[in-house]
Design a binder for this molecule. Structure first.
Ligand SMILES: N[C@@H](CCC(=O)N[C@@H](CSC=O)C(=O)NCC(=O)O)C(=O)O
Length: 280
């Protein structure tokens, strides 16, 4: 494998889960990610589905808890789950908060000191990581989808809407849909992007859907017992804007589900199917 260090690999549903690290030229440090190669990948290139995780996660949470491999094996999709931020950068205070810094890169390209030298997660996800994946794994590089959870749901919506030519499908579990209007987003954007809110708009799904829209229907699942629903996630704001601009949206409120991976695992089959249909 070129430029990749294999950390560990495991047989899974007749395919392989692997954990890898590499020297990132975008984030200027070591980055980690996980890949699930379905059994079909041993015979031919397959489409790729990226999953962006939420606050406090590493590349492991999704592979261990989401139960996605079974469905990826069924449909012949490769899964890629990157880490949620650079780590051990030496930036003072990077480990102080669980919702900012380490584990909380928010999938933006930071423009402020001291974060901008390493916290370039948007470019890492959209450019460097796919280039690395396509060079090292049997992918159909023109067939990419993206999904995510919470902070990662925000990241998936932003990456897809800003790059509809790169991502044929998008979905999210309990995404932060209007980060400019919630405490997690305000904290992250003001520190990574500065206080000029104009710069925040290109990372806010509810703004982007107004400006850009997306070429196909967006699937979102949201638990009604999610403790972050009304304070941080605000799916009704996103739904309202989608309705105004006639963006197709399948927003499903799931009764009594919370914010956890138990919720994610419960609806994983539907999300993988959504992407498999779009990715052919
Ligand atoms: N420490 C927090 C809870 C953190 C949390 O719930 N993280 C979620 C993502 S939240 C939005 O991005 C998560 O995925 N955690 C990892 C897991 O494996 O569950 C608190 O105290 O509330």
């Amino acid at each position: 494998m070129t430029n990749l260090k294999v950390i560990s690999e495991y047989q899974c549903f007749a395919g392989k889960v692997g954990f890898y690290s590499h020297a990132s030229s975008t984030c200027h440090g070591e980055m980690r990610f996980a890949v699930y190669q379905p059994p079909q990948a041993s015979q031919k290139p397959v489409p790729v589905l990226y999953f962006l995780s939420g606050l406090t996660c590493t590349e492991e949470n999704f592979m261990v808890k989401a139960g996605a491999q079974r469905y990826a094996a069924e449909y012949g999709l490769m899964l890629v789950a990157p880490d949620t931020s650079p780590r051990n950068t030496g930036i003072a205070g990077e480990d102080d908060d669980w919702d900012f810094g380490t584990g909380a890169g928010f999938y933006v390209d930071a423009t402020t000191e001291p974060w901008k030298a390493h916290y370039q997660m948007y470019s890492y996800i959209v450019q460097e990581l796919p280039t690395l994946i396509n060079a090292n794994f049997p992918t159909q590089s023109e067939k990419q989808g993206i999904f995510g959870h919470s902070m990662g749901g925000h990241g998936a919506l932003v990456c897809a809407m800003r790059n509809p030519h790169l991502y044929k499908s998008v979905s999210a579990f309990a995404p932060i849909t209007a980060p400019m209007r919630c405490p997690w987003g305000e904290k992250a954007f003001s520190r990574y992007l500065g206080t000029n809110e104009e710069a925040w708009r290109s990372y806010d799904a509810s703004e982007l859907v107004k400006q850009l829209g997306y070429h196909s229907s967006i699937l979102i699942d949201q638990g009604t017992a999610d403790k972050f629903l009304t304070s941080q996630l605000l799916p009704d704001v996103f739904a309202q804007v989608c309705a105004e601009v006639k963006q197709p949206l399948n927003l499903r409120y799931q009764q009594d589900y919370d914010h956890s991976y138990y919720f994610i695992a419960s609806f994983m089959a539907d999300h993988i199917r959504h992407h498999a249909i779009a990715l052919g």
